[in-house]
Write a protein that binds this ligand. Structure first.
Ligand code: NDP
Length: 330
């Protein structure tokens, strides 16, 4: 069975040569163990942080060991009473075609409730990130204005839709006109701004947000975020979810000092990690599932086929090649 290992810690933009394929025999099952066959692999921007050895909230991946991410797998064989052959599970697993595990940290998922890939996106980590960030920090009120960056991605597209469900004016920032069109026609966003073709982002945001910005859900950081913060309202809230625009920087970014804006506007800015709110995951999943059933919430995925495509799919995130959740299907 094939494995993808981290061959070298990326410097700047990650490249295919940072990953290495190896092949090994699948080990025999011991008591309490199960054999899993990988079905769907999530690739996520946060994995970039785990490929570097800078101190973080999760330990870094080890060199010459398998990379990991959220994976949906099928139980092919089980010597563990909690799982049966044919069950589907989700959890953080190695980038392997097949693997033997003990079952700790795995959650069973039901293919009749939702598409299996959804447990990596809308009903998984990225859906929870959107929901908790909005509810716990954004605290949205109807009629307010929400700006979301990285709007056409897995987290951003859900954030904007939650905003619309709750009656906000929603403006999305993304990197292509095609993505902006999708945000409006498929996800109900009110306005979209293409950060790659817009010369003056501060002015564009002011124009799209005639009443100023009450909530900024920040997935990208950097200059895009500076431009949004020039437009914030009194008592506004900024949700620091991620900063993909600076993940590959090799030098300290030249950033404006945002503190004076926050002071003048009595504005809140808070970072978070999705697991901070794990005690509220159950109610979040119930709400997201209900909105999906009611067709108030929609999702899209970019699916690449084949185990060997995992590294390229990961690299493509930094080129904006995905719409919605990026997933590799085996
Ligand atoms: P996405 O599906 O949004 O994929 C990444 C997107 O980022 C790309 O499609 C691209 O879209 C955009 N992008 C890439 N490079 C840049 C750049 N230089 N400047 C601006 N935009 C860029 O990923 P996710 O939804 O999984 O993650 C979104 C953010 O949320 C990330 O920052 C991630 O780290 C963070 N996150 C945080 C969590 C937490 O617990 N705090 C949990 C999960 C995710 P475009 O075409 O628009 O450029």
């Amino acid at each position: 069975t094939k494995t993808i290992n981290l061959q070298s810690r990326p410097s700047g933009q990650p490249k295919l040569a940072d990953f290495d394929f190896s092949t090994s025999e699948v080990p025999e099952l011991g008591q309490g163990e199960l054999l899993l066959g990988t079905k769907y692999v999530s690739v996520d921007p946060y994995l970039r942080g785990r490929m570097s050895d800078a101190p973080s909230y999760v330990p870094p991946f080890e060199l010459n060991k398998p990379n990991k991410s959220g994976i949906v797998a099928e139980v092919l064989e089980s010597k563990n009473d909690a799982f049966s052959t044919g069950d589907f599970v989700v959890g953080e697993l190695d980038w392997k075609e097949k693997q033997v595990v003990k079952g700790a940290g795995l959650m069973k998922v039901d293919p009749n409730q939702a598409a299996l890939s959804a447990y990596l996106g809308i009903l998984g980590m990225t859906g929870l990130t959107a929901y908790h960030g909005m509810m716990e920090i954004g605290k949205p009120k109807a009629e307010e204005t929400l700006v979301v960056s990285g709007a056409a991605g897995a987290v951003g597209s859900v954030v904007g839709q939650i905003g619309k469900i709750l009656g906000l004016h929603v403006v999305g920032i993304a990197g292509t006109d095609e993505k902006l069109e999708m945000l409006k026609s498929e996800f109900g966003f009110d306005e979209g701004i293409n950060y790659k073709t817009t010369k003056n982002m501060t002015e564009a945001i002011a124009k799209a947000c005639p009443n100023g910005v009450d909530i900024y859900f920040d997935n990208v950081g950097g200059e895009i975020s500076d431009a949004v913060l020039f437009n914030i309202n009194k008592f506004s809230r900024t949700i620091n979810c991620g900063a993909i625009s600076v993940y590959n920087n090799t030098e300290a970014p030249k950033s404006i000092s945002v503190q004076p804006f926050l002071v003048k506007k009595s504005s809140l800015m808070q970072g978070f990690i999705v697991t901070d709110y794990a005690n509220k995951n159950k109610e979040a999943i119930q709400q997201l599932s209900a909105w999906l059933k009611q067709e108030k919430l929609h999702y899209t995925e970019t699916i690449k086929e084949g185990f060997d495509q995992i590294p390229q799919a990961f690299l493509d995130l930094f080129e904006g090649k995905n719409k919605g959740k990026m997933i590799v299907k085996l």
